[in-house]
Design a protein around this ligand. Structure first.
Ligand code: ADP
Ligand code: ZN
Length: 442
C-alpha cells in the first residue's frame, strides 16, 4: 500500500527538522543535564569514576560520551531495585518492567515530568505516520508492566485521538470494536495481527466492514514480507515501531510515511552502533548493535545501554524533511543467533525466505533439537488459505521449494511441517518464533 504522500504532518516541526548542528548542540546540553542527575545514582557514580569523569562539564563534545563504559542489562539486575534511581522515591509516579524475553525482568522508573516527555515523543511518532486527532486508535498491545500498551497510550491521548485501550486477546471483541467504532489505527505485534486475520471469517467480519487505515507494528522482529502481508491482508499501511522498556517503550524510533527506516528521536536519545565483538563504534551505514543513551528521563538516566539489537543507521536524508537519523529494520538480537550444525543463523533469515511464499500462511515456528550428534532444524508453517493440508503432492512440492530456498540462503536444509491456518500456537505478547530444545533433558 502506498499512503497519499501529499501531506507531511509534524507534531513539533521545529524540533523534528532542526539542522544537525543545532540538534547536536541540544543533545550535548541534555547530555550534561543527564550527567548531573546520573551522579546521584550509586551505579553511575562508579561508572563515571572509572571513566575519570568528575562532572557534567567533562562532556565537552558528544564524543566524550564514548569515554563512559557501556551499561548492560545485567547491571540493571545487579543494582535492582533502586540502584539506578536518581530522584527521591516520592517523585516516582510509574514503574515499568521489561517483558523478560531473556531472563528475569528489569525495572524502570519515571517521574511525572518524564511521563509527560515520553507522551510528547510518542505523540510525535504517531503524527509522523500521518495520523491525527480525527483518528480512532485501538491499542492491541498488552497493558501492564510491559511498556507496549501504556507506552503509546498517553501520546495518542495527548494528540487527541480517541483511544480504545483494549489490550491484546479476545479476537471477537477486537473486531467488534473495530467495526462499531470505526477504528482507523491499530497498534499490535505483527504476529498478533496476522493471527487474528485467520479468525476474521469466524467473527463474521469482512475487510470491507472495517475503516482501518494504519497499523503500528513492533515489539518483535519481523521482515519486510511480513509487513507487506499485513498491508495486503487488511488493505492498510503498516509502520514499523521500535522501542524497549529500558528506554520507555515503543515510539523511540518510528517510521514516517515514506517507510524507509525508523527515525530515532535524537533530541531524546543518542544512538550509537557498535561492533558487538570489538565494541568499537561504527560509522553510519555499517551494521552492528544499537547502543542508546536516554536524554529525557530524570528518574532513571541510562548511558550507553547495550540493546543487543542489530541494525544500522541509514545514511542520507529522508524526504519527509526530518533531520533525525533513521535506523534500519532490526535484524534480530545478537543473542538470538542460533548455531545449527556449526552454521550461524538468525531466525529472521528463515522468516525472510518462507514469508515471501504466497502458499505459506500467517504463522510459523522454528524448532531445533538434537538428533544423535547432530542438530535437527524443523520449520513448521501454517499453509495459506485455500491450501489443503491433505494434498500430499502439492505439499511435497512446497516443502521441497522451502528446503531448496533455505539451502541457498542459509546453507541448511530443514525438515518442513505444514499446519492448518490459525493452528500454530500464538502468544498475546511477543511471538515465540524459536524453540531450541537442544538443552532440554531428553
Ligand atoms: P525484552 O527485552 O524483555 O524483550 P521489551 O519488552 O522491552 O523487553 O522488548 C524490547 C525488545 O523488543 C527490543 O530490544 C527488540 O529486541 C524487540 N523489538 C521491539 N520493537 C521491535 C521492532 N520494531 N522490530 C524488531 N524488534 C523489536
Ligand atoms: Zn522521514
Amino acid at each position: 500500500m502506498t499512503e497519499q504522500r501529499t501531506t507531511i504532518r509534524y507534531w513539533n516541526r521545529e524540533v523534528e527538522t532542526l539542522p544537525r548542528g543545532e540538534l547536536e548542540a541540544l543533545q550535548l546540553k541534555r547530555l550534561k543535564e543527564q550527567a548531573a542527575w546520573a551522579l546521584k545514582t550509586p551505579f553511575y557514580q562508579e561508572q563515571f569514576k572509572k571513566a575519570g569523569i568528575t562532572g557534567p562539564e567533562d562532556f565537552k563534545t558528544l564524543g566524550d560520551l564514548r569515554r563512559l563504559p557501556f551499561t548492560e542489562k545485567t547491571d540493571l539486575r545487579d543494582y535492582y531495585p533502586y540502584g539506578f534511581l536518581a530522584v527521591p522515591r516520592e517523585e516516582v509516579v510509574r514503574l515499568h518492567a521489561s517483558s523478560g524475553t531473556t531472563g528475569k525482568p528489569t525495572v524502570i522508573f519515571l517521574t511525572a515530568d518524564d511521563l509527560a516527555a515520553s507522551a510528547d515523543i510518542t505523540a510525535r511518532s504517531i503524527v509522523c505516520t500521518g495520523a491525527g486527532r480525527e483518528d480512532v486508535f485501538q491499542n492491541m498491545m498488552t497493558y501492564g508492566l510491559f511498556t507496549g500498551g501504556l507506552g503509546l497510550h498517553y501520546g495518542a491521548e495527548k494528540l487527541g485521538m480517541m483511544v480504545i485501550p483494549i489490550s491484546s486477546g479476545n479476537t471477537l471483541k477486537q473486531f467488534k470494536m473495530m467495526k462499531d467504532f470505526e477504528t482507523t489505527v491499530v497498534h499490535a505485534t505483527p504476529s498478533y495481527l496476522l493471527h487474528i486475520h485467520t479468525r476474521m471469517e469466524d467473527c463474521e467480519v469482512r475487510p470491507g466492514d472495517l475503516k482501518l487505515k494504519k497499523a503500528y507494528i513492533g515489539a518483535e522482529p519481523h521482515s519486510e514480507d511480513i509487513r507487506r502481508k499485513i498491508e495486503e491482508l487488511y488493505g492498510i499501511d503498516a509502520y514499523n515501531s521500535y522501542g524497549l522498556s529500558e528506554m520507555n517503550g515503543p515510539g523511540l524510533a518510528f517510521e514516517c510515511i515514506y517507510k524507509t527506516g525508523m527515525h530515532v528521536w535524537e533530541d531524546a536519545y543518542i544512538a550509537e552502533i557498535i561492533n558487538p565483538d570489538t565494541l568499537e563504534v561504527l560509522p553510519d551505514g555499517e551494521e552492528g548493535e544499537l547502543v542508546l543513551t536516554i536524554l529525557s528521563r530524570r528518574a532513571m538516566p541510562l548511558f550507553r545501554y547495550r540493546t543487543r539489537d542489530l541494525t544500522r543507521i541509514i545514511p542520507g536524508l529522508c524526504p519527509c524533511g526530518r533531520t533525525h537519523r533513521r535506523i534500519a529494520r532490526i535484524k534480530g538480537r545478537s543473542d538470538d543467533m542460533l548455531i545449527i550444525n556449526g552454521v550461524n543463523v538468525f531466525p529472521s533469515q528463515i522468516e525472510e525466505v518462507i514469508m515471501r511464499l504466497p502458499e505459506v500462511g500467517n504463522n510459523y515456528l522454528i524448532v531445533v533439537e538434537k538428533d544423535g550428534a547432530l542438530d535437527k532444524l524443523t520449520v513448521k508453517t501454517e499453509v495459506g488459505p485455500g491450501m489443503a493440508t491433505d494434498d500430499t503432492r502439492v505439499l511435497y512440492r512446497l516443502a521441497q521449494k522451502i528446503k531448496d530456498l533455505l539451502k541457498a540462503s542459509i546453507t541448511l536444509s530443514p525438515h518442513v511441517e505444514f499446519h492448518e491456518p490459525g493452528s500454530l500456537p500464538v502468544s498475546q505478547g511477543k511471538a515465540e518464533r524459536v524453540q531450541d530444545r537442544r538443552k532440554e533433558p531428553v
